[in-house]
Design a protein around this ligand. Structure first.
Ligand code: GDP
Ligand code: IMO
Ligand code: MG
Length: 427
């Protein structure tokens, strides 16, 4: 069994943490390939709840090796506190591997993220303020700091100098902030070096050798398809590629090794931060989805914007990721509605549009065209198989599957590991 990718099919927070954890017990490696601690993945094991930001959700499965790939951006202070938080709860984190090529989120990247957002005012993206965008910008500008640089003080100093040369001009002259001292940053980063060293590895080699030896590798996406820098609702996106191709570049594994791409799909839609969202609700239904679904950000604590399921988005996710399966989550949250609207197309400037428009202006004007599906009132949280679901819930799932373009192979009916209906096996 070669490699699988598990990624968000909407705007993030679809339930990737739960899905990854569910498979974690049966795979050898779980790899984060992009993003950083902007992610917030919730895993519920028994009566224990874990919120993971940077670490792969596989870290909670004892047999599994968690890997932070080259495409991830790593804030060393967050890494260490997340590790010690898990250690205090008895989780063994000693198997963790971190790519020496992963870029470091430096304190100045976090500062730049926050001041840029403030400067943008009402045009802001609504970032998580974790320094993600500025760190990827440094990477692309070739002034980034990599994990391996922590082990060569002279190189590290030169690189921090180069990065701060321009940034200090911007911080002092444009944003009216104090300049950041090179030696202070270097000292802080060197302070992390020894604590992280045991985890640093040539993860590209490790993962490719694992695949040659028939080990199972699961790539866990952060964020979601519509937050992808290339395929998302730019500029209201994150600065990396959560879509399937990102797994190849962000981990150094060729596309021929990937046999399955699983899209995690919420039974309705949520979004955090700014940007277009055609099915967003501003009424009591939106409030109810937020309340029943517990839709509050794991990373920033912001209320999530909530809306009905959008099949146009799901079809788009199928296409740009080459999805082979969907894992439908939070079906239980929809229990109790007499009728459930599902967006099947958009109306844009008076015309019906079936597929996501490539034009940002058109997408901003998109109005949802709804089809009403009959709801159910029975508690479905104990359902173990598809046939345990009430007829209308079965029909809702079947309708979504037909509209979305890939089979729904699992259904989440609660946050716990065992609150899942497995239809087709992933492994
Ligand atoms: P992620 O970022 O994609 O990992 O998702 P989050 O953890 O940010 O948000 C998903 C939330 O839904 C978490 O609180 C999960 O515990 C919860 N969750 C996941 N699957 C289900 C499900 O099937 N039903 C319910 N009720 N909650 C779920
Ligand atoms: P998980 O992995 C939902 C959003 C932010 C903002 C935009 C850019 O839990 O699904 P960034 O800090 O990345 O530059 O912010 O992306 N965003 C997320 N929204 N879930 C996430 O992660 C997100 N990570 C970033 O709210 O709109
Ligand atoms: Mg999340």
């Amino acid at each position: 069994m070669p490699a699988l990718v598990l990624l968000g099919a909407q705007w993030g927070d679809e339930g990737k943490g739960k899905a990854t954890d569910l498979l974690g017990g049966s795979v050898d490696y779980v790899v984060r390939y992009q993003g950083g601690n902007n992610a917030g993945h919730t895993v519920v094991v028994g009566d224990q709840k874990y919120a993971l930001h940077l670490l792969p959700s596989g870290i909670l499965s004892p047999g599994c090796t968690p890997v932070i790939g080259n495409g991830v951006v790593v804030d060393p202070s967050v890494l260490l506190s997340e590790l010690s938080g898990l250690n205090e709860r008895g989780v063994d984190t000693s198997k963790l591997l971190i790519s020496g090529n992963a870029h470091i989120i430096t304190p100045y990247n976090v500062t730049v993220d926050k001041v840029t957002e403030r400067f943008l005012g009402k045009r802001k993206i609504g970032t998580t303020g974790r320094g993600i965008g500025p760190t990827y910008a440094d990477k692309i500008n070739r002034v980034g700091i990599r994990v391996q640089d922590l082990y060569d003080e002279s190189i590290l100093t030169q690189k921090v100098e180069a990065a701060l040369d321009v940034k200090n001009q911007i911080l002092t002259k444009l944003y009216n902030r104090r300049a950041i001292a090179v030696n202070q940053v270097v000292e802080e980063l060197l302070g992390y070096a020894e604590q992280i060293e045991q985890y640093v590895a040539d993860t590209v080699l490790v993962l490719n050798q694992a695949l040659e030896n028939d080990k199972v590798v699961l790539f866990e996406g952060g964020q979601g398809t519509l937050l992808d820098i290339d395929h998302g609702t730019y500029p209201f996106v994150t600065s990396s590629n959560p879509t399937a191709g990102g797994a190849c570049t962000g981990a150094g594994v060729g596309p021929t090794k990937i046999s399955r791409v699983i899209g995690i799909l919420k039974a309705y839609t949520t979004r955090v931060g700014a940007g277009p969202f055609p099915t967003e609700l501003f009424d009591e239904d939106g409030e109810a989805l937020r309340r029943i679904g517990g839709e509050r950000g794991v990373t920033t604590g912001r209320d999530r914007r909530c809306g009905w399921f959008d099949a146009v988005i799901a079809r788009y996710a199928t296409r740009v990721n080459g999805l082979t399966d969907f894992f439908l989550t939070k079906l239980d949250v929809l229990t109790g509605w007499e009728q459930i609207p599902v967006c099947v197309a958009y109306e844009i400037d008076g015309k019906r549009v079936e597929e996501l428009p490539y034009s940002q202006t058109d997408f901003h004007h998109a109005k949802p065209v709804y089809e009403m599906l009959p709801g159910w009132s029975e508690d479905i949280s104990k359902a173990k198989s598809f046939s345990d679901l009430p007829k209308n819930a079965q029909n809702y799932v079947k309708a979504l599957e037909e509209m979305s373009g890939a089979p729904i192979s699992a259904i989440g009916v609660g946050p716990g590991r065992d609150e899942t209906i497995e239809i087709n096996s992933f492994l």
